[in-house]
Every structure is written in structure tokens, then in C-alpha cells.
Ligand binder design. Structure first.
Ligand code: IDC
Length: 330
């Protein structure tokens, strides 16, 4: 009898261990400003962002092997898929990139991870600049993928530039959100905040109007705000201002790096740890920039690592080893 009980316990433990993030948490939802599981339990998702699909996408860097590593060895909950519009991205070949994005979403879902479909606008920084394409894109993506239950939508990566303040971003969001809602009434939608998703801090105008002049009730359902930090550039001043938003609006760190805002230079682990103290305390979800190989310190794999691997720890850079550890710390 004892033996049977022991065997039962082993299976139970294995079963728990083998559960994917989606099996554990189900369809995500907000409770107040907190991201929660389908059972309303507060959760903190941890994962990676890809680099631009046009440079490091499916078939060039991303592939089955390294997604397996991310899902099963790193135990990541989420993959953010950076679909650049400009800079040789989506604009150059919408068909090709739609197909690629569909595949990466599929592969991520197959492994039980969540994915963020990121409309990665950066240069130029005004999301209104390609709003017609964004409407088409999100109509398609939400229709195609909403039934999976694992997909989040980030409607503009890093709004920036003159006049691209919260009212302008808000009016853009009011155009895009209803389009997604037609196909996906409850999926999580993420809005990039002013000044490169810095809540306005990087342009010296802290965007507290996101709190005072928020979206109406209908448009704010399951909507969160993106904040990005690069630990060697963004320190005490950023943390101080960031704290003003805690508990006021739902926040998601869809990009953070341990280095400078350029994605290059030395890692500042002390600043990273100070950020993570806050993120852990408030259960704020995050994706690290970025899951690719290359010479910049933000690429977690060494520059000689190809799509064929090998993908063991000796091929990881300092940032990769550390970020893997942060993701696995549950
Ligand atoms: C950077 C890449 C760099 C590339 C550039 C193109 O690291 O190789 O030439 O994009 O625009 C962001 C952006 C993200 C940046 C990243 C690092 O969202 O696209 O990638 N970063 O600079 N915001 C702050 C930093």
C-alpha cells in the first residue's frame, strides 16, 4: 500500500512539474491592476522577447530547437514576438511576415507558452503613421489566434517623438482596441506608453495623465500598459517615477535589458536587481530583450550560435546565464 502511495505521489509531482504555463494559468485576466490566472490568482509571467523577425526570425535564428530550450529548460512562460513594421520588417513583405508570425505563435502555443504579438513601431515613433496597416494586422491576428487563449496583443511598441503624448496614443488605442475586441472579447491588450514605453520619463514629461485621463470602461477591459527599462541607463530616477504608477494602472514590462538603452554595453546587475525587487514585490510580468545570437550584449546567445545550436549553457553570454536563472526562479 505504501509503495502504491509513493508511486502515486511521484506521478502527481511529475504531473505538476510537467504542466505548461497555459495549463497552470489558463486564460489570463486582470483583477484591478493585477494580471491573474483564469482563477483570479495573481501571477507574474517571465520570458523573453525575440529580436526583429526580419533579422532573427523563424528559420534564421528562431527554430524548434531553441524554442524547446526556452520552454522546457528555461521554463519561460511567455515569448514576445517583435514584428517590426519598418526597418526591413512587415512593410516590405506583409504576406511573408504574416506567415512567419502565425508560425511563431503556433509553435509557442504548442509548447504551452503565452505569446505577445508585438506591433514593433520604433522609427518613426508615431503609431498613427501606419494605423491603417495596424488595423488590418490586428483584425487578422485576433481572428486567427484568439481561440488559442495564449495570445496577448501589444498594439504599439515604443511610441516616441514630438507630439506623441498620451492623448495621441490614447486616440490610437481607441481605434485599435475595438477591432481586436470583435474577435477576442477578453484577451490582454498592451499599450506602449509615451517616450519609448518609459511612461513619459525619457522625455521629461511623466505621463500621469494615463491615470487621470484614462481609457473609458469599455476600452480599458483587460488592457495593460507597457514599460521598458534598460538597467545601465535607467536607474533611481526611473524607479522613483515608475513607483508612482504602481497599483494605479496595470503594468507589464514587455522589454527590459541589463545593459544600456542601445541594447549594448556592459551589464549593470545591481540596477537589474533593484528593478526586480519591485517587479517581484508587485508581481509585474516581464520579457527580457532579447532571444537571439549576436555581438550586442543584449542578445543572450553568443554570436557564433546558429539556428542549429548547440543551445547549452556554454553558448550563453553573461546576460543569458543570468536571465535564465531569473526566469527559472519561481
Ligand atoms: C534595437 C536593436 C538594434 C537595432 C535597433 C533597430 O538592439 O540592433 O538596430 O533596435 O531599431 C528598444 C527597442 C528595440 C531595440 C532595443 C535595444 O524596442 O527595438 O533594439 N531597445 O536598443 N527600446 C529600447 C531599447
Amino acid at each position: 500500500m505504501k509503495n502504491i502511495f509513493f508511486i502515486f505521489c511521484c506521478f502527481a509531482a511529475l504531473g505538476l512539474y510537467a504542466q505548461t504555463p497555459f495549463q497552470k494559468y489558463g486564460k489570463l485576466q486582470l483583477k484591478g491592476t493585477q494580471l491573474c490566472s483564469s482563477k483570479q490568482v495573481p501571477i507574474q509571467l517571465k520570458g523573453m522577447s525575440t529580436h526583429g523577425l526580419q533579422w532573427h526570425g523563424w528559420g534564421s535564428f528562431l527554430g524548434e530547437k531553441n524554442l524547446d530550450v526556452l520552454a522546457y529548460q528555461w521554463q519561460a512562460d511567455i515569448l514576445r514576438i517583435a514584428m517590426y513594421y519598418d526597418e526591413g520588417g512587415y512593410k516590405t513583405n506583409p504576406k511573408k511576415f504574416t506567415k512567419m508570425l502565425d508560425q511563431v505563435v503556433e509553435e509557442t502555443h504548442k509548447r504551452g507558452m503565452y505569446s505577445i504579438i508585438d506591433w514593433h513601431i520604433l522609427k518613426p515613433g508615431d503609431p498613427w503613421n501606419r494605423i491603417d496597416e495596424a488595423k488590418k494586422f490586428f483584425a487578422y491576428m485576433s481572428k486567427k489566434h484568439s481561440s488559442k487563449g495564449t495570445v496577448l496583443y501589444e498594439i504599439c511598441n515604443e511610441p516616441n517623438g514630438k507630439g506623441v503624448d498620451w492623448p495621441r496614443i490614447k486616440s490610437y488605442a481607441e481605434q485599435i482596441i475595438p477591432i481586436i475586441r470583435k474577435n477576442d472579447p477578453d484577451g490582454i491588450i498592451l499599450i506602449g506608453t509615451p517616450a519609448w514605453a518609459s511612461l513619459g520619463i525619457s522625455e521629461g514629461k511623466v505621463a500621469t495623465d494615463i491615470i487621470s485621463n484614462g481609457l473609458n470602461q469599455k476600452n480599458s477591459h483587460n488592457v495593460m500598459f507597457s514599460f521598458h527599462f534598460y538597467a545601465a541607463s535607467h536607474k533611481d530616477l526611473y524607479r522613483k517615477e515608475f513607483k508612482k504608477f504602481l497599483g494605479k494602472i496595470p503594468l507589464f514590462i514587455t522589454e527590459w535589458g541589463s545593459q544600456e538603452a542601445s541594447g549594448e554595453g556592459r551589464n549593470d546587475w545591481q540596477s537589474v536587481m533593484e528593478w526586480h525587487k519591485i517587479l517581484n514585490e508587485y508581481k509585474i510580468s516581464w520579457c527580457n530583450w532579447n532571444y537571439s545570437s549576436g555581438h550586442r550584449s543584449s542578445a543572450v546567445w553568443k554570436s557564433n550560435v546558429s539556428i542549429n545550436g548547440p543551445f547549452d549553457d556554454s553558448q550563453l553570454k553573461e546576460s543569458g546565464l543570468k536571465v535564465k536563472e531569473l526566469i527559472r526562479a519561481k
